[in-house]
Write a protein that binds this ligand. Structure first.
Ligand code: DXP
Ligand SMILES: NCC(=O)COP(=O)(O)O
Length: 245
């Protein structure tokens, strides 16, 4: 099976920084440590309310990241203008509600096909690879194909939030079936949301998965073990999952 890449989401370094309005901990510093520790990419979510990652963070990260930036953003003119100016390697279009604690579901691509298609076209015109953050739903996958986006990221939050083993297994099967359907439709398939050290391996073992974007669990683990070890440990779990260990 092909290598599985790890995108480290550093949003919650910025959450800790913004809690006191200090300059530390700096997401720019975190990105450098994550990359030196084996991250294959850095993910940041520039939310409209800037609750964590700020425009300053994105501007500096665009100049300092050595791997590649995956900029998560809502489908708004403001964000698309920012992306076309910054030109990250990837943009992942995600749904956003100001009142949400974190992302609650996937983007409704099927229900806003023209809007998403226009956004994908503008971003691709700027040389950016576009990913759509969607639920494990074949209709949404087929809609994603119709927009011209080359990537999807399957929302693994319902799998992560499952309250019992049967529900988690059902969600895993749904994600695996959708990854296969998307791959057969020509899409590149990533995954993310709510993954941690005790639930990541079954998702990582899905052969069509190219990259997993993981943030909250890594930053939480870093509070006790340091960011270098937190990233290295997660990379090891992904490697073991691909080796069937
Ligand atoms: C789209 C997604 O699942 C996450 O990457 C997103 O960043 C979650 O939002 P917060 O980082 O604000 O929790
Ligand atoms: N798109 C998922 C992501 O970037 C990280 O989500 P989480 O691990 O912070 O839940």
């Amino acid at each position: 099976m092909s290598e599985l890449y790890l995108g480290v989401n550093i949003d919650h370094i910025a959450t800790l920084r913004n809690a006191r309005g200090t300059s530390y901990p700096d997401p720019v510093h975190a990105a450098a440590i994550a990359e030196q520790s084996g991250a294959d990419g850095i993910t940041v979510h520039l939310r409209e309310d800037r609750r964590h990652i700020t425009d300053r963070d994105v501007e500096i990260l665009a100049q300092t990241i050595e791997t590649r930036m995956n900029l998560e953003m809502a489908v708004t003119d403001e964000m698309i203008d920012i992306a076309c100016r910054i030109k990250p390697a990837f943009v992942c279009l995600v749904p956003e509600k100001r009142e949400e604690v974190t992302t609650e579901g996937g983007l409704d691509v099927a229900g806003q096909l023209d809007k998403i298609t226009a956004a994908v076209a503008r971003l691709r015109e700027a040389g950016i690879k576009v990913s759509l953050f969607i639920d494990a739903d074949k209709a949404q996958i087929d809609a994603a194909v119709a927009t011209g986006a080359p990537y999807i990221e399957i929302h693994t939050g319902h799998y992560a939030d499952a309250t019992d083993e049967a529900e988690q297994l059902a969600e895993l099967k749904r994600i695996a079936a959708c990854a296969s359907h998307a791959h057969d439709a020509g899409l590149k398939v990533n995954g993310g949301h709510g993954l941690h050290y005790h639930n990541v391996k079954p998702i990582a073992a899905i052969p069509e998965m190219l990259e997993l974007n993981i943030g909250h669990a890594i930053i939480a683990r870093a509070a006790f073990d340091g960011l270098e070890k937190a990233v290295r440990d997660m990379k090891r779990l992904l490697r073991e999952a691909r080796q069937g260990v």
